[in-house]
Design a protein around this ligand. Sequence first.
Ligand SMILES: [Zn+2]
Length: 155
Amino acid sequence: MQGERTDLPNTRRERFWKNVEIKGEEECWNWKHITHVGNRYPTCAGGEVHRMVYKYTKGPIPKYNKDGRKIVVRHLCGNKICCNPNHLVLGTQSENNIDRYKIDGAKKLTNEQVLHVKNLRAQGQTYAKIAKLYNTSNVLIRNVCIGKGTYGGIV
Ligand SMILES: [Zn+2]
């Protein structure tokens, strides 16, 4: 999918999607206005960006599941700034923690992400900062930068 979305008549939504780097269905759609590099989710006027994506594309987010556990919107890709609705699912915090563990252990990066990581590194970013941006380990980022190990990318 390229360019502007045309299926969202609401101007607030249109403005929202202008802040998203919309790409192919499988790729991460990064939020363009990152004001920090860290462990928090980016926010916009409506709240946390990934939750807004979920509401805009899939509907309301229930507060609790049938077991009374709090429901969160999870990133399947582990990229906190990603706004691709295909990468977002509902789950619980504990599932989220399991995901994070899995991602850290064997994260797959797209070629584009690998290039992005290398660019950031070339610009002088530390491994730690890049790792936080991608919600992964310093080791993985280092491996990407020096072209070592299996991180999914082939660039
Ligand atoms: Zn993603």
